[in-house]
Design a protein. Structure first.
Length: 148
């Protein structure tokens, strides 16, 4: 698969555990998520913009915290117009963003971003439920497939 997400060439971090069979790199996680991301996992305010062609739309925070569960590191946010944050990962200095493709050709600035709190993000019940759904679907997917 050809990757276009930010940092895909250098995202060579290993998983911290073997919770998800076959998920050995962020690229393998991305491959699996392309089968899981859906309108339901998209942030409600962005659902009208979600499509099968733009499957990363509205998936950033729940995906970034799932990446953190698997690969460790920190979740950071780029402040966006309107005050929301676009979340991405920094694992031991390796910065990558599995959902950057939602912005098309826009170039994001990954420097000097704010550390994001899982507790704050998941204090929103709808976001917590979308995250739990993503985790459950990844579990089912990896039990039935070995990403190649």
């Amino acid at each position: 698969m050809k990757y276009n997400f930010y940092g895909w060439k250098t995202a060579t971090v290993p998983p911290m555990n073997e919770t998800y069979k076959g998920i050995t790199t962020p690229q393998k996680l991305y491959d699996a998520l392309t089968h899981i991301w859906c309108r339901y996992t998209c942030a409600p305010r962005l659902r009208d913009e979600w499509s099968k062609e733009n499957y990363t739309m509205g998936q950033c925070s729940i995906t970034a915290f799932l990446v953190q569960d698997i690969f460790g590191g920190d979740v950071y946010g780029i402040k966006r117009p309107g005050g929301n944050y676009h979340c991405f990962n920094n694992v031991n200095g390796v910065v990558f963003d599995l959902t950057s493709e939602m912005f098309g050709d826009e170039v994001l600035d990954y420097d000097d971003c704010e550390l994001q709190s899982r507790e704050e993000h998941f204090s929103k019940e709808e976001k917590k439920l979308r995250y739990e759904f993503l985790v459950a679907e990844l579990t089912k997917y990896t039990e039935g497939h070995i990403p190649t």
